[in-house]
Structures are given as C-alpha cells and as structure tokens.
Write a protein that binds this ligand. Structure first.
Ligand code: HEC
Ligand code: HEC
Length: 367
C-alpha cells in the first residue's frame, strides 16, 4: 500500500507529460505554438463553452446572428461575401476575414484596432449592423436564464450567476478561437515536412516568385520553422483609396471631430464606407497611416474569396494583377509595392502556390 502512492503519483505524472507531448505533436505542420495569455489558460471545458457561445444566435437583436453567421466553419470560418451582413440583412463596409489562425495575429481587425481576441469579441455584439445589441447586459441575461450555461460558467470560472461578466464570456470565446487553427497544407509538407513532391512543379516555381521577383514574402512572411504569411504590420497597397481621394481632407477632419466626441470606432468604421477607407489612421491619427491595413495571413486563401478589406477583388488572379501593376497609385502607397512585370506563366505559378496553402480540412471548398 505504501509503495502504491508513489507509484500512482509517478504514473499520473507520466500520463500528464505524455498528454502534453501529444498536444505538442498534434500541432499542425507549419504553425508555431498558439500564444495563450497567462490570464486565460485553455481548458477543454472552457473551449466547449466558448464554442457554444460562438454559435448562440440569442445574442443578437433579432435572434438571427451569431459569430458563426459571418465566420462559418463550412466556409473556412469566413462568409464568402464581399462585405459582412448582420442583423436585418444590413451590410457593413468590410470583408469578414477568416477566424482561422487569427489566434496568431498580434492585433485584430483589418486596422488592428484591438490587441487581443478577448477585446475583439466584445465589439460585434454591440455593433448595430452585426449582432445589434444595445449593451452586453443582454448577453448576461440570456446566460443567467440558461441552466446549462450557469453550470458551465460555474465549472470553468467558479462564478455564481450574478458574478458572470462579459469578460468571462469573451474569455471562453477566445479560448475556442485559439483552437481554430490550421496548417498541414501541401506547402507545409513541402517546406517543413521534407516531402519534396507535396507541391506541384508549378507551385514550387510559384514559391520562388513569391519569395523573390513577386516580393510577396517581404510582407507575407515565411519563417524557418513555421509560416503565418504575415508580418503583423500595416501597409497601403491602394485598395479602395480612390473612393476617398477627392474629398480626403474633409473625411479626415470629419473623423477627427467624431473621434474627439468619443464616438465608438468600431461602429464608425463598419457603418461608414469613407471612414473605413482611412485604415490604420483611425487609431493613430497619423496621416501616414491613411489606407494602411493589416497584412493578411494567406493560409486557406484559395477558399476565402472575395479578397481585401473591402472584398473588392473576386479572384486570386485579380489580386496578382493588382500587385503586378504596382498596386493602386496614391500618395500613401507603401514603398514595398512596385511594378513587377510578371509573365502570364509567372502569374499562373504564383496562383498555384497560393492554392498549395489550403489545409486538408478545407480543400473540398477549392474549385
Ligand atoms: C455581421 C458579420 C459578423 C459577425 C456577426 C461577427 N463578425 Fe467577426 N468580423 C466581421 C468583419 C466584417 C470583420 C472585419 C472588421 C474590421 O476589420 O474592421 C471581423 C473581424 C473579426 C476578427 C478579426 C480577424 C482578423 O483577421 O483580424 C475576429 C477574430 C472576429 N471577427 C471574431 C468574431 C467573433 C468572436 C464574433 C462573435 C462575437 C464575430 N466575429 C461576429 C464580421 C462579423
Ligand atoms: C507591402 C506589403 C505587401 C506586399 C509586398 C504584398 N502584400 Fe499582399 N497584402 C498586404 C496587405 C496590407 C493586404 C491587405 C490590403 C487591403 O485589404 O487593403 C494584403 C492582402 C493580400 C491578399 C488578400 C487577403 C485577403 O484575405 O483578402 C492576398 C491574396 C495577397 N495580399 C497576396 C499577395 C501576393 C501574392 C503578393 C506578392 C505578389 C503580396 N500579397 C505582396 C501587404 C502586402
């Protein structure tokens, strides 16, 4: 009996270290470990709760919208629309990015206006054209009236019904989002798995163009041990700029006034097409940030059309043509965007390479 206790302890220790190692080896090929904030550690129960909250349409003004409406697993966690559609079929100004691998971004949204997934998740609930709720209390009311939720919040956060806050809600959602990751693409098998025939000859040629002549890698990064295809920085490639160009200073000054009055940035950006085009400027108020948007990660790009912050490009061919001609000319154009003079063959190869970034779970969406 005496020997049993240390034995059981050793066994338990062995078992937990085995489980953790299993988790590490389960990390999809090509991805770094998921960053987990110290104040919101993962647990299976929290992830399960977050998944329910993410799919709950009761958290919307008319009971029709959940996070999954615009970030749908069946559509690689995007929505396939040029710009998002929320309560009452109202259209926003921006394209819904996929939530896949958003756990790796150092800022959230096209303009990076939120620093964490937790902070990000608070905004759509209150945006009048997304979930359309008046306040976060509306969510807590639903949660407090649902015995299954109450049991889960007690188990996950050790809180009584009255102690549940929106911060608990978004922590659970963010934990779920940190499991929405995908790698293992043909590119990953080629680059990190040593499978030299995992990509077609055309895609291999495309990778060389991506790295060198096409200059793509200078913003959409590929690292030694993993690739997120973003430098987490902001650049002006000119998309949408011509819609604000004629009245630029008027639009800038109108935003400055709204900002001074403390108007909600999230609502302003997603309901006003002209403000949306100001890009990173809405946060920093620096003119040099006008029209700068976050470098998108490119994983599963072939199955998340349409493209760019305004959803204005329908195909990867159109995207390549934009870069080939050196972006849309404007006074704030990024110095890294230049005329490329790609041949038709080089363009086709580049598209083949981008198609090799689709993970096996979503390859059926690729046509
Ligand atoms: C009506 C459609 C809609 C709904 C509902 C919605 N989103 Fe989004 N989501 C968007 C759009 C559009 C953007 C980009 C907005 C921007 O960048 O200004 C976005 C951005 C994001 C991002 C940032 C990703 C990135 O690449 O920067 C995350 C994460 C996200 N949403 C998660 C959620 C969660 C969690 C919910 C539910 C609480 C939710 N969304 C509800 C449309 C929606
Ligand atoms: C100077 C930095 C920079 C360079 C160089 C660059 N990109 Fe981008 N890329 C961005 C930014 C920023 C965005 C978002 C722009 C926007 O929405 O206005 C983007 C968006 C994209 C998108 C659309 C993403 C989506 O989810 O809608 C694709 C595809 C893309 N780039 C591919 C490429 C390819 C291929 C190349 C090389 C030919 C390239 N990029 C070169 C910065 C860059």
């Amino acid at each position: 009996m005496k020997a049993f206790i240390p034995l059981a302890l050793t066994l338990a220790l062995l078992l937990t270290s085995w489980v953790q190692r299993l988790e590490a080896s389960e990390l999809p090929l090509g991805l770094p470990p998921v960053p987990i904030p110290a104040d919101n550690l993962q647990s299976p129960e929290k992830i399960a709760l977050g998944k329910l909250l993410y799919h709950d349409k009761r958290f919307s003004a008319d009971g029709t919208i959940s996070c999954a409406s615009c970030h749908d697993q069946q559509k690689a966690f995007a929505d396939g629309l040029p710009t998002a559609e929320g309560v009452g079929k109202q259209k926003g100004t921006r394209n819904s990015p996929t939530v896949l691998n958003s756990a790796f971004y150092t800022t959230q949204f096209w303009d990076g206006r939120r620093a964490s997934l937790e902070e990000q998740a608070k905004d759509p609930f209150l945006n009048p054209i997304e979930h359309g709720l008046d306040n976060h209390q509306a969510i807590l009311k639903v949660v407090r009236g649902d015995s299954t939720y109450l049991e889960q919040f007690l188990k996950v956060f050790a809180v009584d019904p009255e102690e549940i806050t929106i911060d608990h809600v978004v922590k659970a959602i963010a934990s779920f989002e940190r499991t929405i990751i995908s790698g293992n693409s043909p590119f990953d098998r080629y680059q990190y798995g040593g499978e030299k025939d995992a990509m077609s000859e055309a895609a291999i040629r495309g990778l060389a163009i991506y790295r060198d002549k096409g200059r793509c890698q200078s913003c959409h990064s590929i690292d030694q041990t993993h690739a997120l295809f973003t430098n987490n920085d902001f650049h002006n490639v000119g998309v949408g700029f011509k819609t604000i160009e004629p009245r630029l200073m008027e639009i800038v000054n109108a935003y400055r006034t709204a900002h001074a009055k403390g108007e909600a940035i999230d609502e302003k950006v997603l309901t006003d097409a002209e403000t949306s085009e100001l890009g990173r400027f809405v946060l920093t108020m620096r003119l040099s940030d006008i029209g700068r948007f976050k470098t998108s990660g490119l994983r599963n790009i072939a199955v998340t059309a349409p493209y760019m912050h305004d959803g204005s490009l329908n195909t990867l061919d159109e995207v390549i043509d934009l870069y080939d001609k050196g972006g849309e000319a404007n006074p704030f154009l990024d110095s890294g965007i230049r005329v490329l003079n790609l041949s038709d063959q080089e363009k086709t190869d580049l598209v083949e390479f981008l198609k090799a970034l689709t993970s096996p779970e979503y390859v059926h969406l690729q046509n």
